[in-house]
Design a binder for this molecule. Structure first.
Ligand code: ADE
Ligand code: ZN
Length: 346
């Protein structure tokens, strides 16, 4: 096992920024910056209910998940053409490369676009083309995970799955997102079973605002491999043991949790507790354009607030590669790059 060097506190932010990492929980529609929302609205001849970028930004004051989702879906409504989806993802990949993200797994929410008449082909083609170019031009590998909106019906999820099947080879996995409370994972048991048969990798948001019971059913009824968020698991000792024993990764998003009032301040975040319990936690940005920071801000602000050290930075970065859906050989190659980076801080 790699021996992590001791790194002085004043050099830790540089290490966090420079270390190779993977991002496993990023809603690509949540990377739409206010400036790009206005530019796309203009390009598509749409008007927005905000006078300008500053007015839109003033609306980014959230009290819970739903108060955010209302604005997030409104923002996504400017996406019309294949080029719009490409430009959105490209802007994210440029930022990700600056944050030393070597691999990213992007969530997308097709139902919020197909409901407005945007064809599935337009969505997937634009995002896939951006993924291909990110690898070739920015050195970032990327995969797409299609999410079902849990506030809609399981029947609607089945219809979305059908629409996506012509693009099966461009989508690695299936996720579940949107308003959690009142929409437990088991509502989607049948469609997830079908996705599993089709060979998709499975993840679900659970235990963000919802109870530990939702994490249990995501595992036992949906049979997901990773839990998105999962921070409410700390309230259930048996669940914590299960997550650690089965090495179920949690894709934790600290700045999201702060902005959506899941924790009152970052110093009260339970990331350190999850790591101490031996859980495969990772750090991610969720919806960076709305929550005040991309991946490196999530790392530096959370480490400062919690007093985490180089050993935890190494564990989190390594976990991000190990929990990703890339080939084992590619994982090992990324982890070698991680080790080389830490060596330079010895
Ligand atoms: N969609 C975009 N961001 C989300 C979040 N944090 N939780 C659930 N659904 C989402
Ligand atoms: Zn999310």
């Amino acid at each position: 096992m790699f021996k992590v060097p001791t790194v002085a506190a004043d050099r830790l932010p540089a290490l966090l920024r420079r270390m190779p990492k993977a991002e496993l929980h990023i809603h690509i529609e949540g990377s739409l910056e206010p400036e790009l929302i206005f530019a796309l609205a203009h390009r598509n001849g749409l008007s927005l209910p905000y006078a300008d970028v500053a007015a839109l930004k003033r609306a980014y004051a959230f009290s819970n998940l739903q108060s955010f989702l209302d604005i997030y879906y409104a923002g996504a409504s400017v996406l019309i053409t294949e080029q719009d989806f490409y430009d959105m993802a490209r802007a994210y990949f440029v930022k990700a490369a600056q944050d030393r993200v070597l691999h990213a797994e992007l969530f997308f929410d097709p139902q919020t676009h197909t409901a407005r008449g945007v064809p599935m082909r337009t969505i997937v083609s634009g995002l896939h083309r951006a993924c291909v170019d990110a690898r070739a031009e920015l050195g970032v590998s990327a995969l797409l995970i299609m999410c079902f909106l849990r506030h809609l019906s399981e029947e609607a999820a089945f219809a979305t799955l059908e629409e996506a099947l012509p693009f099966r080879d461009q989508i690695v996995g299936i996720g579940l997102d949107s308003g959690e409370l009142g929409n437990p994972p088991e509502k989607f048991a049948k469609v997830f079973a079908r996705c599993r048969q089709l060979g998709f990798r499975l993840v679900a948001h659970a235990g963000e605002e919802g109870p530990p019971a939702y994490v249990w059913t995501a595992l036992d009824e949906l049979k997901v491999e990773r839990i998105d968020h999962g921070v409410q698991s700390t309230h259930d000792a048996a669940l914590m043991q299960r997550l650690a024993r089965d090495r179920i990764a949690l894709t934790v998003c600290p700045l999201s949790n702060l902005k959506l009032c899941v924790f009152p301040d970052l110093a009260r975040h339970t990331l350190g507790q999850l790591l101490d319990a031996g859980i495969v936690a990772t750090v991610n940005s969720d919806d960076p354009a709305y929550f005040g920071g991309y991946l490196n801000s999530n790392f530096t602000e959370t480490f400062a607030a919690l007093g985490l050290k180089a050993a935890q930075a190494y564990t989190l970065a390594r976990n991000s590669f190990e929990a990703s859906f890339i080939e084992p050989a590619a994982k090992q190659a990324y982890i070698r790059q991680l080790d080389e980076c830490f060596e330079t801080f010895r």
